[in-house]
Design a protein around this ligand. Structure first.
Ligand SMILES: [Zn+2]
Length: 507
């Protein structure tokens, strides 16, 4: 039975019960019986629940999309979607890494509130995910993700809860490349074809096709490009003969290992990031951009299919990312810092027709997606959700207005082979970044005025009171215990927030 029909029947039953009770009351009071209860008119019924499609393009920094001002034509299909959507220019991830940011995107809470402070955590079982909440409202649910079951978007981390179908990569056996947007979209298209057309659906897609190659063994080309796509995609923005003969070495490895290795050398003082060759940096960006174009092409296939099914104009479609990627914008490669290229993510929301079109500057966060989707589905928003429904039409369309002046807390706590942590607090135009809070030798803090210095180049030194106030706010934020704590899949051996608190920064 469709949700619309069920709502009508439930409403009718409630109206009948109320009518019978009212009849008896009037009889007891000596009044005549009223007219038989009327069925509710169609005009008063809630609108049918729309289909909802949430697309997370892992590691996609906002400013490498055409619709966000990029000079390369990386994203023609996403840009066309953005044209008919509400596009948020100041959307932020809570962390620059996959697990906590997706946990926030799918629970509507800050990852710190649900205790995800190391790489082994799971989403606490008492915190429902948006898929569980939508399933309770009659949605059929499916997900196609680039993750192992224990991986950072894996079912065993709690992400699979509430999904009737939760398909991990590889989506097709025998693929040379493990993470492949082509296979992700193929899986989604097959599912769309076979789904129950009478029920609304929630479809979640997650792709790592923009991310650096995870393992040496997955290199498609003997040169082992750190960001690699099947030909001819790899050389969309650079010619093959411009590419170096090799990006791998016994010492540094290949793929993302190469980039991790560079980061370790930079942090240990063995490599000056300013000395990294400019032409190599340009080549890395060209390869990364090729991944965006590759994902964009396959998203176009999904959008075309939705149009053919008449679903594109009637669905809620959200395109976003869990974090960005750095190309020595500050000190490092990949995503281990809390500067804006790592935290500013695209957020494009296409609502059912007549779809509002807007470009909004309000500061919003990934946790805001869950209440927005529940609102669109006419589903109740649980009290524990701390994200706020995204604004479409309110007056406040400015980061400095009171309505959007929110404090945004971000952290990076994932040291892997070396120890580096950072915390950030954004309030309006100000942002305080604290590096290595647990280490007296390596502790450093930076205050930025983002209105005057959006690239975070020149820390402000003449604001001791504001710096201290933001630092106290950060401490206060970190002193608040999580409302729930998920299990750890494995025994953790990395420092977490508890360890940092014990070491003194967080009193
Ligand atoms: Zn990620």
């Amino acid at each position: 039975m469709s949700r619309k029909h069920r709502i009508r029947e439930e409403t009718g039953n409630k109206a009948s019960s109320l009518g019978v009770a009212l009849s008896w009351l009037l009889i007891l009071l000596g009044c005549s019986s009223p007219e038989p209860p009327q069925a509710p008119s169609p005009e008063t019924e809630p609108a049918p629940a729309p289909a909802i499609i949430l697309i997370s393009i892992d590691t996609l920094r906002a400013d490498h999309l055409g619709s966000y001002g990029y000079s390369r034509d990386t994203s023609p299909r996403i840009d066309a979607l953005a044209h008919d959507s509400v596009r948020f220019t100041s959307a932020f991830a809570p962390t620059p890494w996959t697990l906590p940011s997706h946990a926030s995107m799918l629970t509507g809470m800050h990852p710190y509130e649900i205790g995800i402070d190391n790489s082994y955590r799971t989403i606490p079982p008492e915190i429902p995910t948006v898929s569980e909440l939508l399933a309770r409202s009659g949605y059929q649910t499916a997900a196609f993700v680039d993750s192992d079951p224990k991986g950072f978007v894996g079912a065993e981390r709690g992400f699979g809860r509430g999904f009737e179908v939760y398909q991990h990569s590889p989506h097709q056996p025998g693929l040379a490349q493990r993470f492949d947007m082509a296979a992700t979209v193929d899986g989604a298209l097959d599912w769309l074809k076979d789904r129950d057309p009478l029920r609304p659906f929630f479809l979640f897609l997650h792709t790592k096709s923009v991310h650096a190659v995870p393992n040496d063994a997955e290199c498609l080309d003997p040169r082992c490009f750190p960001y690699e796509k099947p030909e001819p995609w790899q050389f969309r923005f650079i010619s093959s003969d411009q590419a170096p003969a090799s990006w791998t070495s016994p010492e540094d490895g290949a793929g993302q290992r190469y980039l991790w290795s560079l980061n370790a050398k930079i942090l240990e003082g063995e490599l000056d990031p300013k000395a990294y060759p400019e032409d190599r940096l340009d080549q890395l960006k060209a390869f990364y951009d090729a991944g965006i174009y590759y994902v964009d092409f396959h998203l176009g296939r999904l959008f075309d299919d939705l149009k053919q099914r008449g679903l594109f104009e009637t669905s809620v479609i959200v395109v976003t990312s869990d974090h960005g990627e750095a190309f020595l914008d500050h000190s490092l490669f990949m995503h281990q810092e809390v500067y804006d290229p790592l935290l500013r993510v695209p957020l494009i929301v296409r609502l059912p027709n007549p779809a509002p079109r807007a470009v909004r500057a309000d500061q919003v966060v990934l946790a805001d997606i869950v209440p927005t989707l529940l609102q669109q589905a006419n589903a109740p928003i649980p009290q524990h959700v701390t994200g706020r429904s995204l604004p479409w039409t309110s007056e406040a369309n400015n980061p400095r207005t009171a309505g959007s002046l929110r404090e945004i807390f971000s952290y990076y706590l994932f040291p892997r082979k070396f120890s580096y942590h950072s915390l950030a607090l954004r309030r309006g135009d100000w942002k305080l970044i604290v590096h290595n809070p647990e280490s007296p030798d390596r502790f450093r803090q930076e205050l930025y005025n983002l209105a005057q210095d959006p690239a975070e180049r020149q820390p402000v030194s003449g604001q001791p009171l504001l710096t201290e106030e933001l630092r106290q706010t950060l401490r206060h934020r970190l002193r608040q215990a999580p409302v729930a704590q998920g299990a750890e899949l494995l025994q953790q051996d990395f420092p977490n927030l508890e360890a940092i608190r014990a070491l003194g920064y967080i009193e």
